[in-house]
Write a protein that binds this ligand. Structure first.
Ligand code: ADP
Length: 336
């Protein structure tokens, strides 16, 4: 436990940007060194060419002492001009290189910070169920317990282990999908997949005193990764149940509209505030109502996974929600 909490501190999102600054300075140095080498070569070339040509002209033509002095002065002036202009260009090059280095490295810095935030959040999500497991174990081990108490502990521990398994599955899915390309693409019946998922979630809905209703147009097929689409539907359905009131309803519809398949999952639940709505697809984001840890709270990765799958399939997702009244998630798939 100590190890995990320590790690999340080390990986905190506010940690310093020293590495980034060092990389920018190093790149600035490389750019400036490159410019310096080019300028020096250029200046040597100009000066060398001038001196060679001048000396040749001088030896072939004019032979007065005055002309020799003028020649030396011209050479000296040229050398001064070259040195001053090279130094000026070098100073400008330092600033331009710094700007360019920042521009080159800032997308990498963004990815790096995102990665760090992701790991810190993952560590936090892992720590919470582990802390619950540890506290439960310590409490039960304090003294002799009745068999009912042991049973309750085992039951609760299994729930926490289930959460850890869900979390690791979600993390694995997101990690494997970072390339944003879909393998195992096939043509399958979306209508059947929707019905299958509605049936699959029905016992869970019943356990939560919810009802899942469906109105699915038959024979709509889709080209994509079936297992991902199953996951997308299941995540939307699970949320529609988890954030619903008791005796609430969930309505799933699938229709064909203007050459596209439109899947909608509507619930009569708690709704999402306009403040939270822009962020719900971000990894680990949980709206205020779901933020406090309880055995039903999710990982905050469900909609991030949905969003990845939507993007992979060239689809779009829209959400309408009203606090206290419910939400409707609509996914529009292009059909081939
Ligand atoms: P979680 O694992 O917390 O459910 P999600 O990524 O699936 O994570 O959802 C992010 C947040 O969006 C949830 O914490 C919840 O606050 C909100 N949310 C998602 N779906 C719904 C819904 N159908 N009704 C109300 N709030 C929802």
């Amino acid at each position: 436990m100590k190890h995990i909490s320590k790690q999340s501190e080390v990986l905190g999102i506010n940690s310093n940007h020293n590495e980034f600054k060092k990389a920018v300075l190093r790149l600035t140095l490389y750019y400036t060194a490159g410019v310096f080498i080019i300028l020096s070569l250029f200046s040597f070339l100009i000066y060398g060419l001038f001196v060679t040509r001048y000396d040749r002209t001088f030896h072939e033509g004019v032979h007065s002492e005055n002309a020799e002095t003028i020649g030396d002065e011209i050479k000296e002036n040229l050398l001064h001009i070259l040195i001053v202009s090279d130094l000026t260009l070098l100073v400008i090059a330092v600033f331009v290189s710094y700007g360019l280095s920042r521009k080159t490295l800032s997308p990498l810095e963004e990815v790096y910070q995102k990665q760090k935030r992701f790991i810190a959040n993952a560590a936090h999500e892992l720590r919470t169920p582990l802390a619950v497991l540890k506290a439960g174990g310590q409490l039960i081990a304090e003294k002799e317990r009745s068999s009912d108490e042991y049973k309750k502990f085992v039951h609760e521990s299994l729930e926490e282990v289930g959460r850890l398994i869900d979390l690791s599955n979600d993390l694995l899915f997101l990690a494997q999908n970072t390339s944003h390309s879909i393998g195992d693409v096939q043509l399958f019946y979306l209508s059947e997949t929707c019905l299958k998922q509605c049936l699959h979630i029905a016992p869970y809905a019943e356990m939560k005193s919810n009802v899942v209703e469906s109105d699915i147009a038959p024979d709509i097929s889709l080209r994509g990764k079936q297992s991902d689409i199953e996951r997308l539907i299941l995540n939307l359905l699970k949320n529609a149940i988890d954030y619903n009131h008791a005796q609430g309803t969930v309505l799933v519809t699938l229709v064909k509209k203007s050459g596209k398949a439109v899947l909608s999952v509507q619930d009569s639940g708690i709704g999402i505030s306009s403040k939270d709505l822009p962020y719900i697809f971000e990894r680990f984001y949980k709206a205020d109502t779901a933020r406090t840890y309880n055995k039903n709270s999710g990982t905050g990765l469900g909609l991030a996974i949905v969003s990845d799958i939507v993007r992979e399939h060239g689809a779009t997702i829209a959400v309408e929600s009203e606090l206290g009244k419910g939400s409707r998630f609509e996914v529009t798939f292009p059909l081939v």
